[in-house]
Design a protein around this ligand. Structure first.
Ligand code: HEC
Length: 182
């Protein structure tokens, strides 16, 4: 083999090397441009929905009204144990850290005699009653629903538990308030 032959072989090897590099480069380009596309697609799908929801409805608390009629009173009574450190539920029950809750549904807000409400709840509730909607929002996250409330309770996040809780509260009255229509 003379040097000319070697040159040809070398040139061939070089060409191959460039080809391999080129293919690699292309593959990487494809891979790189593919990945964001795919990830973008997945994220878009998931997030788009979530953000439309947030934009359309805001941080709305899931309503309990449709669940009240068939809510589980026993579950509500159990949930009430979470309130019992601060609230009584019996008729004429004393105020503790929080006011007595007997007959709370549809009652004027911040209206239990002798209880020292926060100025926040007094202001918020001046012209409001504890409707199912108000109870739903308040019990979901008290501090969000009435900014500045002195009720130190994180909230009942599960809609079934909130519905059961409110259904139980409703039952604590001589004449339970009518259930919401529909
Ligand atoms: C750590 C004590 C504490 C716990 C636990 C607690 N609360 Fe309260 N609650 C309070 C206080 C204090 C207030 C008065 C809030 C204010 O004046 O801002 C209050 C107020 C309320 C009111 C408004 C009463 C009115 O007369 O306007 C409702 C309704 C209520 N709580 C329901 C509940 C329920 C239901 C639970 C359990 C799921 C619960 N709370 C758990 C302390 C508590």
């Amino acid at each position: 083999m003379d040097s000319f032959e070697w040159n040809k072989i070398f040139a061939a090897l070089l060409t191959m090397a460039f080809l391999v590099l080129g293919v690699n480069f292309l593959a990487e380009e494809l891979y790189h441009s593919d990945t964001p596309k795919q990830a973008g697609y997945v994220i878009e799908g998931g997030k788009a929905e979530a953000s439309t929801q947030a934009a359309d409805t805001g941080p709305v608390v899931e309503p309990i009204a449709p669940l009240l009629a068939s809510a589980d009173l026993a579950l509500g009574e159990k949930a009430a144990k979470k309130c019992a450190a601060c609230h009584t539920f019996n008729e004429g029950g004393a105020n503790k850290v929080g006011p007595g809750l007997y007959g709370i549904v549809n009652r004027q807000m911040a209206a239990v005699d002798g209880f020292g409400y926060s100025s926040a709840l007094k202001a918020y509730g001046a012209d409001k009653t504890w409707t199912y909607d108000e109870l739903n929002g308040f019990l979901y996250k008290p501090k969000d629903h009435v900014k500045g409330t002195s009720m130190g309770f994180a909230g009942l996040k599960k809609v079934a538990e909130r519905a059961a809780m409110v259904a139980y509260l409703r039952s604590l009255a001589a004449t339970p308030a009518p259930l919401p229509e529909g």
